[in-house]
Design a protein around this ligand. Structure first.
Ligand code: NAD
Length: 472
């Protein structure tokens, strides 16, 4: 059993002042695998004070000095890729085929930020006016559990590139993974106080960061409910906020799509990270005249998404992160059935042979209307809703008829047409024909999916203030 009793403050691992502990339960077996001592307000204030002290010098560092630090962070985190992946598989049951990609994307964020920093002009001048982009101050980075290494690396890389010092509050469900990552980052020998990490509860450590007047900025990844709290409570100290929130992303299958490619793509987008992904394409919009063929295609393709041990590279669907999350997803399956949707594959309960952990069957509903609860609310599990449409215009209307606007996909053979449809989707990112990523491309949501953007120069700009100096 692993025990964590320390936080990372002012360049050192220090014993927790907070005494409350939390058990870490394996989602794969339901057994106790660790215990973590949670930070309290005092630990958080110490971390903020360290970050505030370090900001004085770090905010004056040069681009070159920060680029060097980013390269070091990449080096030390790359050296622990296997350990980081293993911790993600063990602690929350992330399937290894996806966890490996997530960790790789996380450590690459340091390189991507270095490139973006190099290309981002921090000074502009004309006449007797000079405009500079200045680090905003101490940043509180609050993250969700479902891709811990990625969120921490991404936010840290942008903050460092901008010249900010940070206090990271990882999800309390990611303590073991965070420990491996912080051990790695410690090896980069950052100036003391630039990086601080306190693991604790959201309503304790998170709330203190949001309310603390010495924290200038909150970069948050998590639910809409907590995002709203952060905006409201952060207003008292005029916090700058970046909010990366939930989604109910549409995948529009156009009537010229090649189904043998489009259906597996749609299922990958729906079930990535066992459906516990903000970007999951959970509403599949299908032209009515192809509905029967799509249903048959899904029945055939679902065999390529086996449930199993997340450490097995063949497994596509692992357990839900916790009993609470399992119950939450199951309640939506019941709700879908009650509201008149039809289960095409999957359904309630554990798959046979997987009763011990929090495993569930990947589930596809058909006969779904876009006003049903399962089509409107984020489920955060492997549940896909198939929604029929009559025309391209109706598909676009249904896709945009959501409070969310994080991600979307368009699947079709005629690229011009796919682009035309993509350009009408109210979402921060739209992919055409396959799930893809670009570390310099912005990431973030329209509407309730959030405020602001991460990745590349967009991510760095979120940690900068603009100052003009005018001479007479
Ligand atoms: P959550 O909102 O419950 O928790 C996120 C973080 O906020 C955790 O660290 C938690 O401890 C902290 N927190 C809780 N209460 C707080 C408070 N009062 N003040 C400050 N911090 C507080 O979300 P979760 O269950 O960890 O993650 C799932 C959600 O995250 C989903 O809605 C998902 O869509 C979203 N998400 C979004 C993105 C994105 O990039 N847009 C990525 C991943 C996950």
């Amino acid at each position: 059993m692993k025990t964590i009793t320390k936080h990372y403050i002012d360049g050192a691992f220090v014993e927790s002042h907070g005494r409350e502990t939390m058990d870490v339960i394996s989602p794969t077996t339901g057994k106790l695998i660790g215990r973590v001592t949670l930070a309290d307000v005092e630990d958080t204030r110490r971390a903020v004070a360290a970050a505030k002290g370090a900001f004085v010098d770090f905010s004056r560092s040069t681009k070159e000095e920060r680029a060097k630090i980013l390269r070091r962070l990449h080096e030390v985190s790359s050296a622990r890729i296997d350990d980081l992946t293993a911790a993600m598989v063990e602690e929350y049951g992330g399937v290894v085929q996806f966890a490996g990609l997530i960790v790789q994307t996380g450590v690459n964020a340091f390189v991507a930020a270095e490139q973006a920093l190099h290309e981002l002009p921090l000074t502009r001048s004309w006449g007797k006016t000079t405009v500079t982009l200045e680090p905003v101050g101490v940043a509180g980075l609050i993250t969700a559990w479902n891709a811990n290494t990625l969120f921490i690396c991404l936010k840290l890389a942008s903050a460092i590139a901008a010249g900010c010092t940070v206090v990271i509050k990882p999800s309390e469900l990611s303590s073991l993974q965070t420990q491996v990552l912080v051990e790695a980052l410690h090896e980069a020998n950052l100036p003391k106080g630039v990086l601080n990490v306190v693991t604790g509860l959201g309503n304790v450590v998170g709330a203190e960061l949001v309310g603390n007047p010495d924290v200038a900025k909150i970069s948050f990844t998590g639910s809409v409910a907590v995002g709203e709290t952060i905006m409201r409570d952060g207003a008292k100290t005029m916090k700058r906020v970046t909010l990366e929130l939930g989604g109910k992303s549409p995948t529009i299958l156009l009537d010229d799509a090649a189904l043998d490619q489009a259906i597996p793509s749609a299922l990958v987008m729906a079930f990535m990270n066992s459906g516990q992904a903000c970007a999951a394409g959970t509403r599949l919009l299908v032209p009515k005249n192809r509905l029967d063929a799509v249903k048959q295609g899904i029945r055939d393709a679902i065999h390529a998404f086996p449930v199993g041990d997340p450490a097995d590279p063949k497994t596509a669907i692992g357990p839900m992160v916790s009993q609470k999350q399992y119950d939450h997803v199951q309640s939506y399956i019941r709700k879908g059935i009650e509201e008149g949707a039809e289960v095409l594959v999957g359904g309630e309960g554990h798959p046979t042979g997987f009763e011990a952990g929090y495993f569930m069957k990947p589930t596809v509903f058909v006969n779904v209307k876009n006003n049903m609860t399962i089509a409107r609310e984020e489920i955060f599990g492997p549940v896909l809703c198939v929604i029929p449409y009559d025309s391209e215009d109706e598909a676009i209307r249904i896709a945009n008829d959501s409070q969310y606007g994080l991600h979307a996909a368009v699947l079709g053979t005629d690229l011009q047409r796919a682009r035309r449809v993509a350009s009408q989707i109210r979402a921060g990112r739209v992919v055409i024909n396959t799930m893809t990523d670009d570390p310099q491309g912005p990431w973030g949501g329209f509407k309730y999916s959030g405020i602001g953007r991460e990745y590349g120069r967009y991510g760095i700009e979120a940690f900068l203030e603009t100052r003009a100096i005018l001479e007479s």
